[in-house]
Design a protein around this ligand. Structure first.
Ligand code: GLA
Length: 403
């Protein structure tokens, strides 16, 4: 009897003291999907989301791996008399459960947005003080992904605020990806691994190559600016816990070369691939880029190791490598400048070694096949120097496979 009492005591105390866990099996590769913010801002509706889901299927993007359809800020209506958040009834007349059901029926998933503060960045009701109730509501609706922002958080401590939402999601009982969006201000890579599945590393992206857009109290950043802010972070990423350099601007107005450089470098970073353009009206070139399975495979590689700059030159050329599962490597040549550049890379003289993944490629002794991931064609082996011209603001990207 005494033993039973002691066992019961241990069980109850474990139940009350153990903190909740994040759902571990989610986002084993970087999440892929679409999000409304970059192109539509606050102008979201059920109609828009359903049309985007249709386009995601019809364009082949779903079958290429894009699954999350994420409604960003401004879907919210008011809280009901019990405090449960409701969608804006005019914008989402059939409610979120019906929307989630119809996405699930098509092999897609629903993402929603909230904020750790009392109001979202767009001024809608935030989750502060309602975390467990909001998580319960999302779970009831069948939500699969929560982007959780950081506006109006006053003096909240970031790690604590995000842990509260993690615990709330765990209690609600539905596996929901937690996307931490506090812009890197509180170094989430140092504390967020047991908390969320991805964390923003920077402020917002904007659709330019190398600019800063100053909005007064904050700035948004072009592709190169965001890329450069990823330095030193690769050791924090891996399956189930990713650095998030923000959503894609592909198809939102940059030049085609810039779009593909952006996409390729995000793949080299093992970044979440969350499209942010209008999938209903995108050009065939944009569609082909977003659905490029070879580049997607670099991003989604099961090893889950973020790539790194191997060589950088003063004139803006960067050679990147990313170790892949099964002994392959991805290699990218980024031309930051606006003029095209001839590039020669004599593999036989190079020894690429990565302390993080404990992987190395001694091209002097081991030969690899080289496949150009834009054309899908083999272009020779590493036994000969690679010679290519990389356009201005463009990337050449290859997959190396042991011969
Ligand atoms: C912040 C986030 C953006 C977007 C907006 C919505 O700026 O960083 O990605 O979610 O809020 O208001």
């Amino acid at each position: 009897m005494r033993r039973i009492i002691i066992a019961l005591f241990c069980l109850t105390s474990a139940a009350t003291t153990a903190s909740a866990q994040k759902y571990e099996q989610l986002a084993q590769t970087p999440p892929m999907g679409w999000n409304s913010w970059n192109r539509f801002g606050c102008n979201v509706s059920e109609k828009l989301v359903r049309e985007m889901a249709d386009a995601m299927v019809a364009s082949g993007m779903r079958d290429a791996g894009y699954r999350y359809v994420n409604v960003d800020d401004c879907w919210h209506g008011a809280r009901d008399s019990l405090g449960f958040i409701q969608p804006d009834p005019t914008r989402f007349p059939n409610g979120m459960k019906a929307l989630a059901d119809s996405l699930h029926a098509r092999g897609l998933k629903l993402g929603l947005y909230s904020d750790a503060g009392w109001r979202t960045c767009g001024g809608k009701p935030g989750s502060r003080g309602y975390e467990f109730q909001d998580a319960l509501q999302y779970a009831r609706w069948g939500v699969d992904y929560l982007k959780y922002d950081w506006c109006n958080a006053d003096s909240l401590k970031a790690s604590g605020a995000y842990m509260t939402m993690r615990d709330a999601l765990a209690k609600a009982g539905r596996p929901i990806v937690l996307s931490i969006c506090e812009w890197g201000d509180n170094l989430p890579w140092t504390w967020a691994r047991p908390v969320g599945h991805l964390w923003r590393t920077t402020g917002d992206i904007t659709n330019c190559w190398d600019c800063e857009q100053n909005h007064g109290s904050w700035s948004s950043w072009g592709v190169l600016r965001i890329l450069d802010k990823q330095k030193g972070l690769r050791q924090y990423a891996g399956p189930g816990h990713w650095n998030d350099p923000d959503m894609l601007e592909v198809g939102n107005g940059m030049a085609p070369d810039e779009d593909r450089a952006h996409f390729a470098m995000w793949a080299m970073l093992a970044a979440p691939l969350i499209a942010g353009n209008d999938l209903r009206t995108m050009s065939p070139a944009t569609r082909a880029l977003l659905a490029n399975r070879d580049v997607i495979a670099v991003d989604q590689d099961s090893l889950g190791v973020q790539g790194f700059a191997y060589q950088t030159t003063m004139d803006g050329l960067e050679i990147w490598f990313k170790p892949l599962a099964g002994g392959d490597w991805a290699m990218a040549v980024l031309n930051r400048a606006s003029a095209p550049r001839p590039v020669t890379f004599d593999f036989a003289r190079e020894y690429v070694s990565d302390d993080l993944s404990k992987r190395s490629a001694d091209f002097g002794t081991v030969t690899y096949h080289v496949r150009d991931l834009w054309t899908g064609r083999d272009v020779g082996t590493t036994a000969k120097p690679l010679a290519a011209t990389v356009g201005g603001h463009d990337v050449a990207i290859y997959r190396l496979r042991k011969a």
